[in-house]
Design a protein around this ligand. Structure first.
Ligand code: COA
Length: 414
């Protein structure tokens, strides 16, 4: 058996398979830094090895991966589970320790029936659903696609839980729950729309190299279960409609088409020039467009309680901040950026890979910091400054000028 996703969830599945005498030959994960999990090799390129189980806890990520990988899927059923011979279990599904599945229950594909859950007669659990530990579904309950029933929740007989809805831990569900909501409490009531359940549409403005990097970042966020983005395509005023952006999608139009989008859509501005980022942002007048932060799963925050961040920021792999860091809006952190204590970053800045900001550095708006450049502690940078690649800024720069070298000096263009 092979597992896709080298996570904590995979560890449980390995135990379940081992307990049933099934050997896990290898796992797959796109995180190159993971080499093994519980002494089983982790590979980074899947070459149709099967049977496979998608060992990722996020329901939507399992769906996305299952739709992408065409192969034979296995099931993992712990020997301690009590399963009626009249129940059916779909491919890719994991049935954990101590669960009880009663007669004529139907469990779909790629579901998780977690530790000690109880699913009574004639329940129908649709694909990609997750029934958490100790949840109790009485007879004839139906659980929609991708729905998540929280730990120790109770669902009374005959109730329907809608597609991609969440029932909070300990909720007691007495009535049907519609699609795509979060519900909790006793009695369980709908409290909000489930943003993380349905996929959210996102587009990228900028069909160049940064656009492709941002698209890769979005896929990585989805795979890590930290978002459910559906990349609908690219917008770019410099490329024709229909232009293919690698395998990732195509250009759907320019600013005119973007401002005409008539349903809610998130947007990432993937343009690496600070001034252009601001101009593009200011030309977007469509209230349907929102600007989420797109933050790599590898981003590390030393003290999250003191960290503040606005909207529309793109944080690529291996960036870190320590304590009391404040980040404004629409910045790009293009990878391996390190921000020390008390750093304040304004809006529309672009930090190329490897930029480091020492403690108490403040940077204003629309600055471009080149690859591997450094700003020493307590320096205050205003607006529209360019810092050359590899430069070390040791004194306060003047707005609108370019600085290069070690120490960085004002560069006069001829
Ligand atoms: C329902 C749930 C998804 C809500 O998450 P959320 O949207 O992040 O909600 P928050 O944590 O922001 O809480 C918002 C409010 O709802 C309340 N709340 C959250 N979950 C609740 C629950 N399960 N029951 C009762 N109240 C709950 C919080 O106390 C908070 O109340 P307040 O505004 O008065 O302070 C989550 O709390 C939950 O229960 N998840 C299931 C976890 C689980 O079972 N995991 C099993 C893993 S195998």
């Amino acid at each position: 058996m092979y597992l896709y996703g080298a996570s904590g969830h995979a560890k449980v599945i390995i135990d379940i398979l081992n307990a049933s005498g099934v050997k896990v030959d290898a796992l797959f994960d796109d995180d190159m830094s993971i080499r093994e999990l519980m002494d089983i090799p982790v590979k980074h390129f899947w070459n149709h090895e099967s049977p496979l189980i998608i060992s990722i806890g996020n329901n939507f990520s399992r769906k996305q991966i299952a739709e992408k990988l065409q192969c034979d899927y296995g099931v993992a059923i712990h020997p301690s589970a009590v399963i009626s011979p009249h129940a059916t279990i779909g491919e890719g599904t994991v049935i954990m320790q101590g669960t009880i599945i009663q007669s004529s229950a139907k469990i779909g594909k790629h579901c998780i029936v977690n530790t000690g859950a109880s699913i009574d007669h004639e329940c129908v659990i649709e694909n990609y659903a997750h029934i958490s530990p100790k949840a109790t579904l009485c007879g004839n309950v139906s659980v929609g696609e991708g729905a998540w029933i929280g730990a120790a929740a109770v669902v009374v007989p005959g109730v329907r839980i809608g597609n991609w809805s969440v029932v909070g831990a300990g909720g007691v569900v007495l009535n049907d729950i519609p699609d795509g909501v979060v519900a909790y409490g006793n009695p369980c009531k709908v409290r909000s729309v489930h943003e993380a359940g349905f996929s959210k549409r996102i587009a990228i403005y900028g069909a160049g190299g940064l656009g492709r990097e941002v698209a890769g970042g979005i896929q990585r966020i989805n795979r890590a279960g930290m978002g459910n983005w559906e990349l609908v395509g690219f917008y770019d005023d410099g490329k024709p409609k229909g232009f293919k952006v690698s395998h990732l999608g195509e250009v759907l139009g320019g600013m005119t088409e973007l401002n005409a989008v008539d349903e809610p859509m998130a947007l990432a501005i993937a343009v690496g020039t600070p001034v252009s980022r601001k101009m593009i942002h200011d030309r977007i007048t469509n209230p349907n467009i929102s600007f989420p932060n797109l933050i790599s799963p590898s981003f590390r925050v030393l003290d999250p309680s003191t960290f503040k961040i606005g909207e529309g920021n793109i944080i690529q792999d291996n960036c870190s901040v320590t304590c009391d860091v404040i980040i404004g809006d629409y910045n790009v952190f293009n990878g391996s950026n390190v921000l020390g204590h008390d750093v304040i970053v304004g809006d529309f800045n672009v930090l190329m890979p490897g930029v480091r900001l020492s403690g108490e550095v403040t940077i204003g708006d629309k600055n471009l910091l080149g690859v591997d450049s450094v700003i020493l502690q307590r320096i205050r940078m205003g607006d529209n400054v360019t810092l050359g690649a590899g430069s070390v800024l040791m004194t306060k720069p003047k707005d609108g000028h370019t600085y290069v070298g070690v120490p960085a000096k004002k560069f006069e263009f001829e």
